[in-house]
Design a protein around this ligand. Structure first.
Ligand code: DI6
Ligand code: FE
Length: 443
């Protein structure tokens, strides 16, 4: 029997084996990699620790949906083989010395592929300009569109990698990435190709959302329907034909598209048999949440202005409410999402960074958890569910997000005693090790 003590070490950067770029990376039987980006006493121990045999993580505390339980977690063939009591037999054993294992974190709403930044708008907002005023003045999303159109796939990937690495360093193994800063056929597709490429460069799973209905580009100003007909829907079909689209998203808002326009996009998605999700009720109430629910959307995101009736509709449709406190915080919004109504109606709540250059320049899921609690009143357990199992659901994934036999061995191992510590600290990363179910080696 082999016995290892897992030691934290300085993070590694490297390039994993190239995968096909479509969907989830393959699970390589028998190989589990433990990646760590923490440090200890300046030690530069070689990482990741690769285990090429069935392995038991023992003397652990397991964050299960109904609470924390002490025990072991067995990993075999890239999946969780058992939890609770360690199975007998000749397994490699790793003593976790009481550390907490959670499902690896999932960032289910990001715009990490984009060109440039908008620090100047940060300054404008501090002087009193609102997000909507900046957008109407030609700033906002449209200004990022110019920078993104000028960027190659290589540029976009190079700019996104530091953001992705920040997420990975917090134990994230699945990241949703949206298009929506191209708003022309070529750039929308280029963004999605860049998103897919990330999966070949890091041990991470990427889920793409086509967000052509994010804003009306300047050349179509005042002609949103023409933009949808001439650019957005053809781009969706072309991107889908290239295997680049896992879901279809839109921005339903006074400064973007109305429900009737979003319905056209959703009809096109339905014809392609693609699931939908929607930025809804972020700044005003426009009816996007009810629309999303009527299409059986995976998620309705932001939802600050959602009503009790919207919560009922989400519940009936099984649509997840994705809360994005980074945008709420950055824009200094006042109206928090109706968490009590979501609870009362049994709506699953997820939390995500909404990492984007305008309303949420944030690359920390741990901070999203903290903000979800402090700004929106989630409990720490709800925050953890929001970045694990409910985030998986918001992406239509049923093979990750929970510690359960048969699911992918996507795990985060933390130097904390309780899940509450993950949400409670601000700006501190207690990740001890990250386990990615696939064959990737270095992060
Ligand atoms: N809502 C958001 O918060 C982001 N997109 C959206 O539809 C903001 C995107 C940006 O400001 O660049
Ligand atoms: Fe967003």
């Amino acid at each position: 029997m082999q016995r290892h003590i897992l030691r934290p070490a300085v993070g590694q950067k490297g390039v994993a084996g190239v995968k096909d770029g479509h969907g989830a990376p393959p699970i390589d039987p028998g190989i589990m990699c433990i990646h760590n980006s923490g440090t200890t006493e300046g030690e530069q121990a070689p990482m990741p620790l690769t285990i090429d045999r069935p392995t038991i993580l023992e003397n652990a505390r397991l964050a299960l949906p109904d609470g924390v339980r002490s025990g072991a977690l067995a990993v075999q063939d890239g999946h969780i083989a058992a939890i609770g009591t360690p199975p007998a037999g000749d397994w490699t054993r790793i003593d976790l010395q009481g550390r907490l294992i959670t499902p690896a974190l999932i960032d289910c709403h990001t715009h990490i592929i984009h060109g440039g930044h908008r620090a100047q708008e940060f300054a404008m907002r501090l002087e009193g300009a609102s997000y909507a005023e900046i957008a109407r003045a030609g700033g906002g999303i449209v200004s990022t569109v110019s920078a993104t159109r000028g960027a190659s796939v290589d540029d976009l990937v190079a700019q996104a990698l530091p953001r992705l690495d920040a997420l990975i360093a917090e134990g994230v193994t699945t990241v949703e990435v949206k298009s929506g800063y191209g708003l022309d056929m070529e750039t929308e597709i280029r963004m999605l190709r860049a998103a897919r490429r990330l999966e070949t460069l890091r041990p991470v799973r990427i889920r793409t959302s086509f967000l052509g209905a994010h804003a009306v580009p300047a050349e179509y100003s005042g002609r949103a329907d023409d933009y949808l007909h001439e650019i957005c829907l053809p781009a969706l079909r072309a991107a889908h034909a290239e295997g680049l689209v896992d879901a279809v998203d839109g921005f339903c808002e006074g400064i973007a598209f109305d429900p009737a326009q979003i319905a056209r996009v959703f009809d096109a998605a339905r014809a392609l048999e693609l699931p939908v999700k929607l930025h809804a009720e972020q700044l005003t109430h426009t009816g996007g949440t009810a629309l999303a629910a009527s299409y059986g959307a995976l998620s309705a995101d932001h939802v600050e202005y959602a009503t009790d009736a919207d919560a009922q509709a989400l519940s009936a449709a099984g649509t997840v409410a994705v809360l994005l406190p980074g945008a709420f915080y950055t824009l200094r919004e006042r109206q928090a999402p109706p968490v009590a109504a979501f609870r009362a109606h049994g709506v699953a709540m997820a939390l995500a960074t909404d990492c984007n250059p305008g309303s949420s320049p944030m690359t920390s899921v741990l901070l999203a958890m903290n903000m979800g609690c402090t700004l929106f009143g989630l409990t720490p357990d709800e925050a953890l569910a929001g970045v694990t199992r409910n985030a998986a659901r918001a992406l239509g994934l049923s093979d990750c997000g929970t510690l359960a036999p048969g699911l992918r061995a996507d795990l985060a191992i933390w130097d904390v005693e309780s899940p509450a510590e993950l949400a409670y600290r601000i700006g501190f990363n207690p990740l001890y090790a990250r386990v990615f179910g696939g064959a990737a080696t270095q992060g």
